[in-house]
Ligand binder design. Sequence first.
Ligand SMILES: Nc1nc2c(c(=O)[nH]1)N[C@H]1C(S)=C(S)[C@@H](COP(=O)(O)OP(=O)(O)OC[C@H]3O[C@@H](n4cnc5c(N)ncnc54)[C@H](O)[C@@H]3O)O[C@H]1N2
Ligand code: MOO
Length: 390
Amino acid sequence: MISVVEALDALFALVTPLDVEWVPLDHAAGRVLARNVAAQRTQPPFAASAMDGYAVHGAAVAPGARFHVIGEAAAGHGFDGAIANGQAVRIFTGAPLPQGADRVVIQEDVARDADVITLRADLDGNAYVRPAGADFLAGDLLGAPRRLTPADIALLAAMNIARVPVTRRPVVAIVATGDELVQPGETPGPDQIIASNNHGLAALLRAHGADVRLLPIARDTHASLALAFDLARGADLIVTIGGASVGDHDLVAAAAGARGMERAFYKVAMRPGKPLMAGRVDGAAMVGLPGNPVSAMVCGHVFLLPLIAAMSGLSARPAPRRSAILTHDLTANGPREHYMRAVCAGDSVTVFDRQDSALLSVLSQANCLAVRPVGDPARRAGDRIAVIAI
Ligand SMILES: Nc1nc2c(c(=O)[nH]1)N[C@H]1C(S)=C(S)[C@@H](COP(=O)(O)OP(=O)(O)OC[C@H]3O[C@@H](n4cnc5c(N)ncnc54)[C@H](O)[C@@H]3O)O[C@H]1N2
Ligand code: MOO
């Protein structure tokens, strides 16, 4: 059995970042920027007013000073001309500052009588001018790789980038296996259950940028598994669920082997998730997940999300961890790294008593996984342990 770190490294070695595609700006949120993008213009492109008021020479501003209003500048409609000493231009937020002006006196600080304004005694001292290029200059870069946030989309729009180079979404084929499984909405036989973790994984991977193909359930026969591999052709990553252990009906390894799978590893020293296999088959990376519902979902967080990120062009690194303070004692851990369902609240973490890897209801209540290293000694309330947000 290999460690989780070794397994993750072996998985990263199975994939490379996918190719680049150009998408419309409004489809780019959540995608991974594949190349640095340079601003096509300077923002603001001109010195602009930050308030509604009057544009004047700053040097002439003083309580009681009077100016003659000679025109107006609005956003999208600048004042065509320059102001001289003793003159002002009525100006609105976002308008270009007229030539000769370097300050805006807000209208609250002005008394106006026809075309003459008089500055109030207690006027405030701000210039209320946004200098040209205060936000960014033409040629400034938004650096790749990064997953584009809504704020990034707004910035790219302001930079006048209408099409964005992003890494192609990884196509992931998910195959649930097992004679006992039927799809949600179907009527199970007396010995059957509803397939769940394939749907949970599809949701998880889609939420992290994968293009998921949820394939029909494969039965526990070589023919059905061979058909599943046929249907998975063209995917960048094939994820099978179940049939990974040592039982007589656990045929996934044999079926993958029959297709010439180059195996990277089988079995990882972790709990849940031990009977995990990986390799390359039919030109794609393949991960065979254990069938227990929580095992598959935990492996999704620990292995598949970092793998999807690496395929998307982001750096290859484990799921981010932080530390949290235990609210109670924990017994010593054994020889497998244990990912325990838990609830984090602020800086503290409470681990659920029930950790059986069949219990989806406990996973649904959890918002993090508490990570116990191999051989971790007993822990006391108040100790810090590592957690992964889920
Ligand atoms: N003698 C041993 N038995 C088992 C071992 C072992 O080391 N020696 N390992 C156990 C561990 S740990 C796990 S995890 C499971 C994994 O087994 P498989 O990957 O072969 O999974 P299955 O047997 O197919 O299914 C296990 C369990 O999960 C249910 N299942 C499967 N797929 C789904 C699905 N898509 N949705 C919902 N539930 C699913 C299935 O019905 C079983 O109850 O092996 C242990 N055994
Ligand atoms: O390793 Mo299994 O995945 O504990 O349930």
